[in-house]
Write a protein that binds this ligand. Structure first.
Ligand code: HEC
Length: 236
């Protein structure tokens, strides 16, 4: 009975001229002796259930996945290109940042990177009047005139060429007292006035320093002028 019915269906299917359908029927017939669905499933697996419906579904699924992947790629590429157009980068001729270069100074012959001109060079261009103005801040602690008193700091008349820490009766710091073998020449004053605490560690002179190299030279020239006989300044 069953075989007959099967043949009939085979014939009917044959009209549809669908090979896959015929295969499916054949396979179903092969699986008929296996009674439980579990067994059928296992056997169909072993036979490689390449049924009509199965393979087509697989193909459609695969196509869907491939399509999704491709369209995602397209969208990403499109976004990338649009972003590239919208935010078109301006490429500099030379890559990297332009930093304020210290080369001119180095080319000028100075060895250090942030080169200051030597004090002798700056003194040649120094302005005593400007130096006097720049000492306004010192006047809280120092006197500059001949016979001036000691205040918070020692009097500074004739300080140029004077030994460091050598004003009699002034209470220097221990740090300054230990330096009486050195004299206040242009170089020493330049360094001290740039950063007192760096030049004389432990000094009690509460003054931050004069940052501008030119102003320091002006002050040194002014200090040198405070004497009965100003000393010759170093020549460049
Ligand atoms: C806040 C007070 C104060 C100010 C401002 C100040 N000084 Fe002084 N200065 C002192 C004291 C105190 C000393 C003694 C330092 C020590 O003993 O360590 C001193 C020492 C000195 C010395 C060494 C003198 C020596 O006999 O050895 C010089 C030079 C000097 N000061 C210059 C200046 C100049 C120039 C300025 C201004 C640009 C200035 N000071 C600003 C308080 C001051």
């Amino acid at each position: 009975m069953k075989t007959g019915g099967g043949k009939k269906s085979q014939r009917v299917r044959a009209y549809t001229s669908c090979n896959e359908a015929r295969k499916a029927v054949k396979q179903r017939r092969k699986l008929e002796p296996f009674k439980t669905p579990a067994k059928r499933y296992l056997v169909s697996r072993a036979l490689g259930r390449g049924g009509h419906q199965g393979s087509d579904t697989m193909n459609i699924e695969a196509n869907k996945i491939a399509g999704a992947v491709l369209s995602t790629l397209l969208v990403v590429m499109g976004l990338n290109m649009t972003a590239g157009i919208v935010f078109a980068p301006r490429k500099p001729a030379v890559s990297g940042f332009e930093l304020p270069s210290e080369e001119p100074a180095a080319a000028g012959g100075a060895a250090a990177a942030v080169a200051e001109e030597p004090i002798a060079v700056r003194l040649a261009k120094a302005d005593i009047a400007k130096g006097e103005k720049a000492t306004a801040a010192c006047k809280a602690c120092h006197t500059f005139d001949k016979g001036g008193a000691n205040k918070v700091g020692p009097h500074l008349f004739d300080v140029y060429g004077r030994n460091e820490g050598s004003v009699a009766g002034f209470g220097y710091s221990a740090a300054m007292k230990g330096r009486t073998d050195k004299a206040w020449d242009a170089d020493a004053l330049d360094h001290f006035l740039k950063n007192p605490k760096a030049y004389v560690p432990g000094t009690i002179m509460a003054f931050a320093g004069i940052a501008k190299p030119e102003t320091r030279a002006d002050v040194v020239a002014y200090l040198n002028s405070l004497a009965d006989a100003p000393k010759p300044l170093p020549k460049p």
